[in-house]
Design a binder for this molecule. Structure first.
Ligand code: 164
Ligand code: MG
Length: 368
């Protein structure tokens, strides 16, 4: 397998509604799409989940473009590979920049699956033919607006509701949600908005029988999370703190979490995601697949990964229509009663819509 051409596209898509977290609000999603072509002209697709600004981690669309153009693509263009695992091996000399690496690696994984004539899910070792999914709801202007949104998504059948919290929008909000939805599978995502000084406030969340509290403390911490987990009944789930297999191993050793949210871009790609999945399976730590407001290309990668057997909790891979008037893939991702049917065709199983991709492309460059 050899990538003989890469087309890198800077994309800009308008989300249906603003998305607010403990960091702030945005409605335009700018990101990079990577198309990798082999010597037969077959394309594999990857998506960088780096945001336009470094609020989630240190990477941005521009740092990713620089890393891809100046290091990653030159290292891998025309390199003969037997397996996609060789991508992360080749790039191991590059520190961090996981989302940039993941964009290229994801495209190679799809090329590999297409060349084998199998779905990406099967190439990854996945077994599920359909996956359970939940939905993530940003911080709203009022509790009533939040309750209305939850009602809508529960009626659509989503298997789990994720509510963003931050100081001033936490205990009272979750109390109201639990009062109106006593039986819904419910979790909170704090995006590192708290410190150990908030431990008594966070312990109040134990009252609401949450599935988990996601990333309550600093985005580079596993020590304080271990202290917090010992004080909480509710499981802590780590997202931003886990960048690699080694981070996951240390967090599990320390008891920093009882659940891990695997995001392909955050950990550097599908190969590392599989390693983390397997480690968590050995250690009895459930995982689920987080979302980064992806287009259908990234969404399709998330679906394939979620077919692995330890993805036993609903993830954040909602339908394309959750965010996009028109997605970049055909068919779009649809959710029926909280379930997504895993495509059976080779590769991602969703075809890129070149016309729509062109419509949302701000700039593109070909490398060969
Ligand atoms: O992609 C989705 O639908 C979920 C997105 C989502 O919840 C998040 C994306 C990025 C940062 C956070 O706001 C949050 C998360 O941390 O999981
Ligand atoms: Mg999160």
């Amino acid at each position: 397998m050899k990538v003989t051409e890469v087309v890198l596209r800077h994309m800009k898509m308008r989300m249906k509604a603003p998305f607010t977290t403990s960091f702030g609000t945005f409605q335009d999603k700018e990101f990079l799409l990577l198309e990798a072509k082999d010597e037969n002209g077959v394309s594999g697709w990857g998506e960088s989940v780096a945001f336009h600004s470094p609020w989630y981690n240190e990477e941005t669309l521009k740092t990713n473009w620089h890393m891809l153009e100046d290091f990653i693509i030159p290292n891998l263009l025309n390199k003969e590979m037997q397996h996609p695992d060789e991508v992360s091996e080749t790039l191991s000399y590059i520190r961090k920049n996981n989302m940039a690496k993941s964009a290229f690696e994801g495209a190679v994984w799809e090329l590999y699956a297409k060349q084998k004539g199998i779905p990406l899910a099967k190439a990854l070792g996945g077994t599920a033919n359909e996956i359970e999914v939940g939905i993530s709801i940003g911080i709203q202007d009022s509790i009533d607006e939040l309750l209305n949104l939850i009602d809508e998504y529960v009626k659509e059948g989503y298997k789990r509701i994720k509510v963003k919290i931050k100081p001033g929008w936490d205990v009272e909000v979750m109390r109201e949600v639990r009062k109106h939805f006593p039986d819904v599978a419910l979790m909170a995502d704090a995006n590192s908005a708290y410190t150990l000084e908030d431990i008594n406030l966070l312990k109040q969340l134990d009252e609401f029988d949450l599935m988990m509290i996601e990333q309550p403390l600093a985005s580079d911490d596993i020590i304080d999370h271990a202290v917090l987990q010992r004080e909480l009944i509710t499981p802590v789930c780590l997202d931003e703190s886990i960048h690699s297999y080694e981070d996951a191993r240390k967090a599990i050793e320390l008891g920093s979490c009882k659940i891990i949210n695997i995001k392909i871009g955050r950990v550097g790609g599908l190969t590392e995601s599989k390693k983390i999945h397997d480690l968590c399976q050995e250690r009895g730590i459930p995982v689920w697949c987080g979302g980064m407001l992806e287009s259908g290309i990234g969404r399709a990668h998330n679906i394939a990964l979620t077919t692995l057997s330890n993805f036993i909790m609903p993830g954040d891979t909602a339908a394309s229509s959750r965010y996009w008037e028109k997605d970049l893939i055909d068919p779009e991702v649809t959710v029926e009663d909280g379930m997504i049917k895993v495509p059976g065709k080779p590769g991602l199983g969703y075809e890129p819509s070149y016309e729509t991709i062109k419509q949302f492309t701000v700039f593109e460059k070909s490398f060969s």
